[in-house]
Design a protein around this ligand. Sequence first.
Ligand SMILES: NC(=O)c1ccc[n+]([C@@H]2O[C@H](COP(=O)([O-])OP(=O)(O)OC[C@H]3O[C@@H](n4cnc5c(N)ncnc54)[C@H](O)[C@@H]3O)[C@@H](O)[C@H]2O)c1
Length: 411
Amino acid sequence: MRETLTVNINDQKMQIDEAGRVMQPGRRAFLKGAIAAGAALAIPSWVTAAEAQIPAGKKLRFGYIGRGSVSHAYLPTLAEAEFVELVSICDLIEGRARDGATRHKIPNVYPNIDAMLAGPKFDLLVNTTSMPSHFPVNKKALEAGCNVWSEKPIALEVKDAYELLELAKKKGVQIWVAPTCVTSPQFRFMSDMIQGGKIGRVTAGHGTYGHGGPTWSAWFYEKGGGSLYDLGVYNVTTLTGLLGPVKSVMGMTAILNKTRKVDDKGEVTVTADENTMLIMDHGNGILSHVQTGFGYFEPERAPSRERKLYTVDIMGTTGAMHMQGWDWAPAAVDVATEGHAILQPQCRDKWPYEWVGGARYVATCLLTGQKSLITAEHGLHVLEVMNACHRSQETGRRIAVESTFKWPLFT
Ligand SMILES: NC(=O)c1ccc[n+]([C@@H]2O[C@H](COP(=O)([O-])OP(=O)(O)OC[C@H]3O[C@@H](n4cnc5c(N)ncnc54)[C@H](O)[C@@H]3O)[C@@H](O)[C@H]2O)c1
């Protein structure tokens, strides 16, 4: 009998087959469409080209920690890569780690990071624990000499993020942090349009991402959780990636519900932001804003790659661009420019970008020496911007941002 499991991923119910693969509607529909059209599945892309450069038989050893909701999408993507050797898996809830080990044939299972790091060595730790655990887990892994791919944010406090970057340097390893938005073909297209002067002087940007809120874990609604860290982080990454580092921030946040019902703890008191507006000053007159929340009508906003929900807008003096679909799963970019003022969809490339492909992407960088577009400095800057939004809410003031990162990403 086929064993299937339904899990929540990005607040969407998805089926997992007995091999642990997520039956993603977008992926299935694309592959079906491509096969029906007789299209070759060798999708042209710089990421595929990079993976193709990995010498045959060369492998990177992986440790995986945090076998919760998102791991159902992460692990299959890693397990299918020839250059990935899954050595160890860990979760505080040991049954979850055991299930992951069985599904993906991972030989070593642990109930905590210390035991995991004392076991067989691996080169890269993938950290998809809950957000308050990111800093302590990332720190222990770096101290043990492991490279780290961390889910966002890299830490909760900016000083802790600096400590991680210093530690990585000291140990001669690297740390990278989700999201992967800057590796999508649509991000590259928009960046090239801006840097190429195709929309004139860039003046403004807008990003949005929201849904009804996660239903499975309490920590999303407690200190160290919230809609900005969980969802707005994608837009902050995309807009800073496109428009440059931020100089100062103003923000407002709100809590919408006194309590929420969640699967792991029942009714919990909400103490983290559920409704957030963030305004960023990128310098040179460029302003952008992000709106994000756990109180957004979902059916209209449900993830889909084939529709015209604009989530990132960039305005210039001679053109405008609107990203179709979420910036973590974009479908195309609609563009209007002088002489072509009616919006036209461009850059419909889909593959092989995957929002859960970050660990695989940085592993490719480690194995080939290719430079990563995703950097710890950018992740730290995004954290400082988000924390400045919270400070602005607390103080009613505009908050200066000190960190920066190498920009533009493509030259
Ligand atoms: N769920 C999604 O759809 C989704 C999508 C994108 C990104 N993310 C990010 O992935 C991360 C995890 O989210 P999730 O939804 O999977 O959360 P989750 O609550 O479903 O899973 C987190 C898991 O980490 C384990 N854990 C926590 N602290 C630990 C520690 N110190 N050591 C070992 N295990 C520990 C928990 O027991 C739990 O099983 C978050 O940063 C989230 O923002 C989630």
